[in-house]
Design a binder for this molecule. Structure first.
Ligand code: DX5
Ligand code: ZN
Length: 222
């Protein structure tokens, strides 16, 4: 696994917005376009009001692609499913602070499995909820829309959380990446990166673009 510093801008196309009837081609399209990571949204129909895919799907991706798989678990019991995602070949695993688990223990297990440990919070969740764990993570994923569906506009107030995360990182000498997810376009990429985000997840704005390489490059330099 390549470890990037939190100052490097990374672009992670979200497969949720890909054409699932041509998945191998869509993965190749994202990789050819210059994607750094592939963002994979796992949803269980409980934590969010949608169902996507599980470990078996991640295993297919990891067998057929070398790219870093950034797995975002929007599931109620991430602790229960962790071993299956390790085995499937996830490179980074992000769990929600609002889910039903011992957060510190889950993060410890992710690091022990030599995966990148990510923690996420929903737009309405106070930054204070993640503070106790910030010294135990590689990445903080700030949801910039209500999780569950792609294609929603970014909620501007979530960028305050990004600012708080950046300020905390500086004050405490920490190194976690700050990732934003939801409603990221070439325009919102500017405000998100100005607020302090360095990892940009984008579904509709990248997979929906006829020229993904150009869209991705624009986002990288936004
Ligand atoms: C939403 C997912 C996102 C989603 C973003 O719950 O976590 O990763 O794919 O989609 P866009 O970029 O279309 O808002
Ligand atoms: Zn996501």
């Amino acid at each position: 696994m390549i470890h990037h510093p939190c100052t490097t801008r990374l672009i992670a196309p979200s497969l949720l917005a890909a054409d699932w009837s041509r998945l191998p081609e869509e993965c190749s399209r994202a990789i050819r376009a210059g994607a750094d990571w592939l963002h994979c949204d796992v949803m269980d129909g409980h934590f969010v009001d949608n169902i996507t895919f599980g470990p078996q799907f991640i295993e297919c991706l990891s067998k057929t692609n070398d790219i870093f798989l950034d797995v975002h678990l929007m599931i109620e019991r991430p602790d229960h499913f962790l071993p299956r995602f390790f085995k499937a070949g996830a490179d980074g695993i992000t769990v929600h602070v609002e889910a039903q688990h011992d957060v510190a223990e889950t993060l410890r297990r992710i690091r022990e499995a030599r995966c990148q440990a990510g923690l996420s919070l929903r737009p309405e969740t106070d930054f204070a909820r993640v503070v106790p764990f910030l010294d135990q993570i590689d990445l903080l994923l700030v949801m910039t829309v209500v999780p569950g569906f792609g294609g929603q506009p970014l909620i501007p107030a979530t960028l305050d959380t990004v600012r708080q995360a950046k300020a905390w990182r500086e004050t405490h000498g920490l190194k976690y990446h700050i990732e934003v997810d939801g409603g990221i376009t070439q325009e919102t990429a500017v405000s998100a990166t100005q607020a302090g985000a360095n990892v940009l997840v984008a579904g509709s704005s990248l997979f929906g673009s006829p020229d993904m390489a150009a869209a991705l490059a624009a986002m990288r330099s936004a």
